[in-house]
Each structure stands twice: as structure tokens, then as C-alpha cells.
Design a protein around this ligand. Structure first.
Ligand SMILES: [Zn+2]
Length: 344
């Protein structure tokens, strides 16, 4: 029976962390004074100064100074070298949503499985953004180089860069409850009240897509037509999955652990209702990075799963939809306000 507060028992979570260190990742102490770069970001290879490019580079450099102060294991220099640029989307506070897009190295076109990788939709999960910065260094190596990527390491810049990092954006909205799942107007406020006790960290907003960050992600999904979405979180140390593909069982040490689906969550919106699979990676600690070998192993296992389970269909084609019809909506098996259930 379809019920308003729908929690699909069929979905799960599990995560593992594996890591191999990228030699260029240098853990740096945070909290100390971080020098503001006196020189602008690199000029283009030809040395020509394009005013627009320079403005963009300066914006990236400024943003990266903040990132370097905030994230574990990510320096400002590493951030600047990551190739991110302003997407055009802005947060509630007007901060840029930074993005990098990769096309397949050999073909240079849009062919190749399209992957949307989001870090830090919850701003206080610092490692969730930092791990994405780490993975970005490996995107032009096999097999990642054969895919098309849209990478957003800090999907909630307001939360991440707040004086004290916070889960919600500057409007106090949990972006991972703000996606337009069917029945949102009824289900999301009711779930928030009944299951979370009006927890301000889990406020779904006053309307679906009320927030500029969730609107940007939704628009990017329409534009890019990802065939799989990876959303990185912390600190529950599990792997979760929603959508029409065989369930991944283990990435690194993270194990699939079924939890549920929530009104307005990305997994619910994309995985269940849009039939685009969503992998949710929950790192085991929000402030401390996994060991390098674990970071690497999660990456390797994740790409292996994508290679074997996500068909490479042409741009605009639909991923076969089987999940929406097959996932039973039901009452939660466990109290829905258990911390792990309420988290994602
Ligand atoms: Zn989270």
C-alpha cells in the first residue's frame, strides 16, 4: 500500500572506505592562519590574460582559500589545481557552486557513462567534500577516464563554509530533503514533525526545490542526464543505494546496509522516481579522513560496480526503469527517528 511517509525497506546502505593516497594529497593542519594567495591563479598556457578568465580564476582562488582552511587533507593549492570553476549556480548566500566536468579522455566527447558526483550536500560532513577532491585527481586515469563526469565537491557551500560548519544551507534547509518527490507537500513536513521532532537540522524547506542549491542540482540532472549519481556523506560508515540497478554490496570496507527512503531525499527523487541509480557513500567520520588505501579502494570498487552495472546508453536515453515499480513503499521497519534512519 502506498503510504504518505514512504520508507522503502528494499533500499539499503553500506559503505566501505578504502584508500590509496594520492601522493599530492598533503594533510595540513587546519585552523591556523592560511595565507591569502598574493598571486592570481594560473594564466592560461598561452599566457594571454583574458579578463573574464582572470575574474573566474580569481573567484576560484578566493573560494579555494576558504576550502583549504576548512577541509581535512585538502590544501588551497590542491583546490586551485583541481580545475574547478563557477557553474553559474549560487548558494542561498550567493556563494558559487563550483563544478568540474570531465569528458572521456580518448574520445573527448559526451560518450561514456555519465556520472554526477556530489560531495557535501550536508555541509558539516567535511570528509564528504574532501574525498571528492581526492578522487578528482584520479579522473583522468583508467577506468574513470572513459566516463563523463560532472563533479561538485561542495554541493552546500553555505553549510561547509559557515563559521561553524552546518548540515543545512544558509536558509536552514536540509537540501537532502528538498527534492520534489511525489507527495512532498504532505509528506516532507509530516515526516519532519513526526519522525524528527521538528529537528532544525532536518528542516525540508517550505516547498520542494525552494533552495537554489537543490534547484541547481535538479537542473543539472536535467541537463547532464546522469546515468548514475554518487552522493558522498558521513559519518555512518555504510553504503546505500537507491534505484534501478543491481545493489552494490561492498565498496572498500563499507557494506551495503538498507535503511530507507525519505520524502525529499536525493535517493528517493532520483533513484526511486527518476530511475537514475543513486549511490550514497557514508564515510565513517565527518572530520577525519579515511586512510589513503581505503579512499582508493572505495574508488576502485565504485568504478568497478559502475562498469559492470550501469549500461552506457546514448545521451537522453532512459535508463531502464524497473525500480520505481518494484520498490515497495511501506512503513519503516524500525522507528524512523533512529539516528541512522534520520540521517541521510
Ligand atoms: Zn549527510
Amino acid at each position: 500500500m502506498v503510504h504518505g511517509l514512504q520508507i522503502a525497506a528494499a533500499l539499503g546502505t553500506s559503505l566501505c572506505i578504502v584508500a590509496a593516497l594520492a601522493a599530492s594529497v598533503v594533510p595540513s593542519p587546519k585552523g591556523g592562519p592560511t595565507p591569502v594567495p598574493s598571486a592570481p591563479a594560473k594564466l592560461p598556457a598561452n599566457g594571454q590574460a583574458n579578463p573574464l578568465t582572470n575574474a573566474s580564476s580569481n573567484a576560484t582562488a578566493s573560494w579555494c582559500v576558504q576550502i583549504g582552511k576548512r577541509l581535512p587533507g585538502v590544501t588551497s593549492e590542491q583546490c586551485r589545481k583541481s580545475g574547478l570553476s563557477a557553474s553559474g549556480g549560487l548558494s542561498a548566500r550567493g556563494q558559487p557552486i563550483m563544478v568540474r566536468r570531465f569528458v572521456p579522455l580518448k574520445t573527448g566527447d559526451s560518450h561514456g557513462v555519465r556520472i554526477l558526483l556530489l560531495g557535501g550536500i550536508h555541509g558539516d560532513e567535511l570528509t564528504a567534500s574532501a574525498v571528492v577532491f581526492q578522487w578528482m585527481q584520479w579522473m583522468q586515469t583508467a577506468p574513470a577516464q572513459d566516463f563523463s563526469w560532472t563533479v561538485v565537491p561542495a554541493a552546500n557551500p553555505d553549510g561547509l563554509l559557515a563559521p561553524k560548519p552546518q548540515r543545512v544551507n544558509a536558509h536552514g534547509v536540509d537540501l537532502n530533503r528538498n527534492f520534489p518527490t511525489p507527495g512532498w507537500q504532505q509528506d516532507a513536513p509530516r515526516y519532519w514533525a513526526r519522525a524528527t521532532g521538528n529537528d532544525p537540522r532536518r528542516f525540508p524547506g517550505k516547498a520542494p526545490l525552494s533552495e537554489p542549491e537543490s534547484r541547481w542540482i535538479s537542473a543539472e540532472m536535467e541537463r547532464f542526464q546522469p546515468q548514475v549519481i554518487i552522493s558522498v556523506h558521513a559519518p555512518f560508515g555504510v553504503l546505500d543505494f537507491d534505484g534501478p540497478a543491481p545493489t552494490p554490496h561492498q565498496f572498500g570496507r563499507l557494506l551495503f546496509n538498507p535503511v530507507g527512503v525519505y520524502p525529499g531525499s536525493l535517493g528517493n527523487y532520483s533513484g526511486v522516481h527518476k530511475n537514475v541509480p543513486v549511490i550514497t557513500i557514508e564515510l565513517p567520520n565527518a572530520q577525519t579522513m579515511p586512510p589513503p588505501a581505503e579512499i582508493k579502494r572505495i574508488w576502485v570498487d565504485m568504478l568497478g560496480w559502475i562498469q559492470h552495472n550501469v549500461p552506457n546508453v546514448s545521451q537522453g536515453a532512459q535508463v531502464p526503469a524497473q525500480a520505481a515499480a518494484s520498490i515497495p513503499y511501506s512503513q519503516p521497519h524500525a522507528a524512523p527517528d533512529q539516528p541512522i534512519s534520520a540521517h541521510r
